[in-house]
Design a protein around this ligand. Structure first.
Ligand code: FE
Ligand code: CA
Length: 529
């Protein structure tokens, strides 16, 4: 078991870690005292050709989330074309409000496309760590290459964030985070919701969620990955509550919508995202929209999806319960044609983006495995086939419409990126998973699913059976933690599955477990290593 190690990192190993990171990342702040106000680092994200969102939150002591007074704080910020801040291109002042946990979001506009920038914040005489960020290429540009990282699922208690140090070392142009940035519960083995101890350390209130983000964001490896590149982020269930669907959690809690609004507000307060459109009230986060489209010139388009907020409830739930379970093919509700994982507005928004896309590569940056993944052991008859009702397998009509729209709009090189299942998968997506690939059942999209940064998974022997039982899954590894790296050019894309040697070690090395090539105009992954 790992938990004490994480406390050690914060309480006694902090200076040591900081020195190691400062050596690895010369841009990091070198001097920190107990009163240093930038204990959560900085971040940037939601890049456009002329703008990017800069983020920080004033908090001296990440383990004491109430260490800041109620007064608003006036911060200054600078963004420059060089790391030494000799060529500052924009600067200004912004107010960190107590109502938003002293977080700030500066949407800097007027930047030049396709170039790197460096930014920092100042409060009094304290200067934040320096973050590196960039704009996207101009709409009509076709860049020769682009590299991005894909990460998800970073349960604090199950390991170190060495993966984030390795992400930073890859010098990506972008990091796509696909959900489970925090977990609402601590150690699941000790804090099961059905256990006599009840909710244990589970986050319920705004104060709880803010404290959980502060704990996670105190990690210097995670900060290093934020300081290295802009991020695009979506959430999955654990930013709010396990297996929640729309307005309902697994306990059918009457107060769930208040909890969800608190969790959404805390997400906003800790992520480099824009409010688009702005919530109706000044601080009303009940319906925070996070789905977004990020264009990388004509090379790529990232469709960042939200499959939690607008979904139908899971089909064939157990009596008196929400949340997920395994259902058989006899659960006919699962097949209802109206069911949606994205909700009608997001589905039509996405179809519209597909129709208009001029990108060479069309990526879906979304939470969970899209390929059908029947549970094992294999059933004796088709009626007994078993499916997990929380993922895309619980919403097959929604998946059909999405894949149909890719075909209908002749979407170029569709590629689905996924997380949630804590397993590396390479898969082919086709309209009918029960039939082999043929002229009338072609491969519609390529899917790469990342593993988790730290969160635990099932035994590899079970994953081997799942891969054997689902022929469109070409590769599956659940026994290793890590992330994915993608390198795109106009002619091909390469996916690398990067696995840590040992998630329990802060200094873990990393190696490539497998790599795949996708050629322009030819859907499907080719194993190259
Ligand atoms: Fe997860
Ligand atoms: Ca999840």
């Amino acid at each position: 078991m790992i938990p004490d190690r994480r406390c050690f990192l914060l309480q006694t190993g902090r200076l040591l870690s900081l020195a190691a990171l400062a050596a690895a990342y010369p841009g990091a702040a070198l001097a920190r005292t107990s009163a240093y106000p930038f204990g959560l680092g900085v971040a940037s994200g939601s890049p456009r050709a002329n703008s990017v969102v800069l983020w920080t939150r004033i908090l001296s002591d990440p383990l004491n989330a109430e260490s800041v007074k109620e007064a608003p704080l006036l911060l200054r910020w600078e963004i420059a074309e060089d790391e030494a801040f000799k060529r500052i291109v924009a600067d200004g002042a912004t107010t960190a409000l107590h109502e938003l946990a002293h977080s700030v979001h500066v949407d800097v506009s007027g930047l030049r496309p396709d170039r790197w920038y460096w930014y920092r914040f100042m409060l009094g005489d304290a200067v934040s760590p320096i973050g590196r960020t960039r704009t996207t290429p101009a709409a009509d540009a076709l860049p020769t290459r682009m590299r991005f990282a894909v990460a998800s699922c970073q349960h604090w208690d199950f390991g170190h964030y060495a993966a984030h140090r390795h992400i930073a070392a890859e010098a990506p142009d972008l990091v796509a985070f696909l959900g489970d940035y925090i977990y609402e519960r601590g150690r699941y083995d000790l804090q099961h919701p059905d256990s006599p101890s009840g909710r244990g350390d589970e986050t319920i209130t705004l104060k709880d969620y803010r404290a959980r983000y502060a704990q996670y964001k105190s990690d210097l490896h995670l900060q290093a990955a934020h300081h290295a590149a802009p991020w695009i982020v979506t959430w999955d269930d654990h930013e709010v509550a396990n297996d929640y669907a729309n307005d309902r959690d697994e306990r059918l809690d009457d107060n769930f919508m208040a909890r969800r609004a608190a969790a959404y507000q805390a997400f906003y307060e800790h992520m480099p995202i824009r409010l688009t459109p702005r919530p109706a009230g000044a601080h009303d986060f009940t319906g925070l929209r996070i789905y977004d489209c990020v264009k990388w010139g004509r090379l790529a388009q990232f469709h960042l999806l939200d499959n939690r907020q607008y979904r139908d409830y899971q089909a064939c739930q157990r009596p008196g319960r929400g949340g997920s379970n395994i259902v058989t093919a006899r659960c006919s509700d699962r097949l209802a044609p109206t069911r949606s994982l994205l909700g009608p507005d997001q589905e039509s928004w996405l179809a519209n983006e597909f129709a208009r896309s001029k990108a060479r590569w069309n990526l879906l940056a979304q939470q969970t495995l899209m390929a059908q993944s029947m549970s094992v052991p294999p059933a004796q008859s088709r009626d007994e086939d078993r499916f997990w009702n929380d993922g895309w397998d619980g919403y097959p009509a929604s998946r059909d419409r999405l894949l149909n729209n890719m075909t209908k709009h002749r979407l170029a090189n569709p590629m689905v990126l996924s997380g949630d299942v804590h397993t590396f998968y390479a898969a082919d997506l086709r309209q009918d998973f029960s039939r082999p690939v043929s002229d009338d059942n072609p491969i519609v999209a390529t899917e790469f699913c990342g593993t988790s940064i730290t969160s635990r998974s099932r035994a590899q022997s079970i994953t081997d059976q799942i891969v054997a039982n689902n022929p469109h899954l070409h590769y599956g590894r659940s026994d290793r933690r890590g992330f994915m790296m993608m390198d795109m050019t106009p002619v091909s894309s390469t996916a690398r599955f990067q696995a840590l040697d040992d998630v329990a070690r802060e200094d873990s090395g990393v190696s490539t477990l497998a790599s795949f090539l996708v050629e322009n105009g030819r859907t499907g992954a080719i194993r190259t290593g």
